[in-house]
Design a protein around this ligand. Sequence first.
Ligand SMILES: [Cu+2]
Length: 161
Amino acid sequence: MKRLLILAVAPLALAACSPTEPAAENPPAADQTAAVVVTDAWCRATPNGARAGGCFATFTARTDDRLTGGSTPRAAQLQVHEMSMDGGMMKMGQIEGGLPLPAGQAVALAPGGNHIMLMELTQPLAEGDTVPLTLTFATAPAVTVQAPVRRVTPGGDGHHG
Ligand SMILES: [Cu+2]
């Protein structure tokens, strides 16, 4: 009877050694409800008298989307601008149809490239200010961020080399 007992136990041991692996993929974090995550928002301080100012941020969309515009209490208009070369001159203008935000890809706005333009500022953007930016998307709900104002010395940071 001893031999029979051993045979009966073996299948149990086997089962214990091969647990069913849970799916390896990470479930999305519970608090990632926003369809577009906006990080590192900031605005560039404007010299006295400037009527427009640039703001920057990094956007990560959960599904393909586009940054189309927005609003701020600090300016009459908020536009999404791109830089382009035209006959050797840098020009900027609104991006037709909005800035593409491919799913899962961090899209960074930065000085010298795509930017958020605040037109007709109510007052200059001063270092230490915080600018509320409400950003709108083609499909995702609008996102409001608080962008601190920083001073950038033109050409003084060596980043353009
Ligand atoms: Cu601009």
